[in-house]
Design a protein around this ligand. Structure first.
Ligand SMILES: [Ca+2]
Ligand SMILES: [Ca+2]
Length: 206
């Protein structure tokens, strides 16, 4: 019995010791804050060619003056561990660049999507019909925000060129299903086409 009480007292003392130890530890150890991370970049490219060089400059500040290490993921399966790398992309594209900065205890990640060179447009459109008259509205996009040219085909071989996005209105001679397409082109010659089969009906009046 005496032994059991002794064990209980010892256990209680150990727990108390551990708790007070933790409190002391927290008071003594300064809280490590993760670094503040940012970067800027300069894309050196000619839109007519594929790929380009990008000069990256990082800014990382750590309040606790931790030893900082850098890890770049350029989004094209290439990486670097230097603070201010210069990276050569072999293809044009939209890349998600991640910079991880570690102060040996905490890590901060900065993610930026960058554009290298010219990226082709994506064609798209919506339509709405009133009887045989259809209004087509452009929904195309270009990541470079290039001005696009438009070519609407209201019924396969019937072409209407448009320099602007529209909306364009076309009245079909008869009810039926029609293959409509929109081809968009950016100033660098990249094109995309969106196709839809639409069905127009005549309103039935009694
Ligand atoms: Ca820190
Ligand atoms: Ca473009």
């Amino acid at each position: 019995m005496k032994r059991k009480i002794l064990v209980q007292i010892l256990t209680a003392l150990i727990i108390l010791g551990t708790i007070s130890g933790c409190v002391e530890k927290d008071e003594i150890m300064p809280i490590n804050k993760p670094p503040t991370v940012n970067f800027n970049y300069d894309v050196q490219h000619n839109k007519l060619f594929d790929g380009g060089k990008v000069i990256f400059n990082s800014t990382a500040i750590d309040e606790n003056n931790g030893d900082l290490t850098y890890f770049w993921d350029f989004g094209d399966k290439e990486t670097s561990t230097i603070a201010d790398p210069v990276h050569e992309y072999s293809r044009n594209g939209s890349y998600t660049v991640k910079l991880k900065v570690n102060d040996t205890k905490n890590e901060t990640i900065k993610i930026v999507t960058i554009l290298v060179g010219n990226i082709g447009p994506i064609a798209g459109f919506t339509w709405s019909a009133v009887n045989l008259t259809v209004t087509f509205t452009d929904a195309s996009s270009d990541l470079n925000e290039d001005d696009l040219t438009y070519a609407w085909y209201f019924n396969e071989d019937f072409l209407v060129d448009n320099e602007t996005a529209g909306p364009v209105v076309y009245s079909y001679p008869t009810a039926g299903a029609y293959n409509v397409s929109l081809t968009v082109k950016d100033p660098w010659g990249l094109v995309d086409t969106s196709k839809q089969m639409i069905v127009v009906k005549e309103e039935i009046t009694n």
